[in-house]
Design a protein around this ligand. Structure first.
Ligand code: FPP
Length: 254
């Protein structure tokens, strides 16, 4: 599905628009733990509490899609204990949250090369996706073993293959053709990208999809990023004027 670039929903309390799709780079868990002289996994564990709080807050605000960068293709290079600890946290989170997700109408989806995940994690992911398939409240989209460049490369290879075999004509290719071959096919593009932890970069996250997203960088490390900080970020989005190449006057007159 190509994105509806004006798709935002009215915020429940202040009347300003809230983004339809928020994507978050949850950074700073390791440093948060190191500041407390604790192992990095202690930070990731606290990060799961932030995940719970932000999912609930996003759902209450009426956000339709929340995409969380939980594990990148580059994260496999971390020490083995940290990688297996993260996989364990993910598995526990999914096991613990299923009832709440069903009660709150949260549908789970994933983007990334899931086949490389450990079998037990893949199994619970697939079961949760299946069991929450009919939920209509909010889509929680977990980016796992995800990398933006490899996603684009796979899409290009598949498009080239289809052109070669004749099911696609290269002269008819459009942006929608590319959208349809990404992991995010069928989802709207993010309107708002948040990165916690003080770094100002995209780190290979949704490179195609965030072309028109509003960006928000905060020094707050992910374990400290809770409801209050999320609402502050959403308020910042609500105050921005999205012009998509037009002038401010054109936007004001519709
Ligand atoms: C980045 O912090 C964070 C990650 C690589 C993992 C994020 C994972 C979680 C929050 C927990 C599991 C996820 C879910 C959805 C239950 P970092 O370790 O790079 O922090 P640093 O930059 O301070 O080292």
């Amino acid at each position: 599905m190509s994105s509806d670039k004006t798709a935002t929903v009215e915020k429940q309390d202040s009347g300003g628009p809230v983004p339809r799709h928020v994507a978050i780079i949850m950074d700073g868990n390791g440093r948060w733990a190191e500041e407390r002289h604790r192992p990095r996994l202690f930070g990731h564990r606290a990060g799961v509490d932030s995940v719970r709080e932000i999912v609930e807050c996003a759902r209450t605000l009426g956000i339709d899609f929340l995409t969380l960068y939980a594990f990148s293709t580059e994260n496999w290079n971390r020490p083995e204990g940290e990688v297996s600890g993260l996989m364990g946290l993910l598995k526990n989170y999914l096991q613990a949250e299923l009832t709440t997700m069903l009660r709150n109408g949260v549908r789970l989806q994933c983007i990334g090369l899931l086949q490389s995940l450990p079998d037990d994690v893949l199994d619970i992911l697939q079961r949760t996706i299946e069991e929450t398939r009919a939920c209509t409240g909010m889509t929680l989209n977990l980016a796992l073993n995800y990398g933006g460049r490899s996603e684009l490369l796979s899409a290009m290879k598949e498009i080239a293959r289809q052109c070669q075999e004749g099911s696609l004509d290269w002269q008819s290719l459009t942006e929608s053709t590319i959208n349809d071959h990404l992991f995010t096919a069928g989802q709207p593009d993010p309107d708002f990208l948040i990165r916690t932890g003080g770094e100002n970069r995209l780190s290979n996250f949704l490179l195609w999809q965030v072309s028109y997203a509003e960006l928000y960088f905060t020094e707050t490390k992910w374990p400290d990023f809770r409801k209050e900080q999320f609402l502050k970020a959403i308020e910042s989005f609500s105050r921005r004027q999205r012009r998509f190449g037009k002038t401010g006057a054109q936007i004001a007159t519709g």
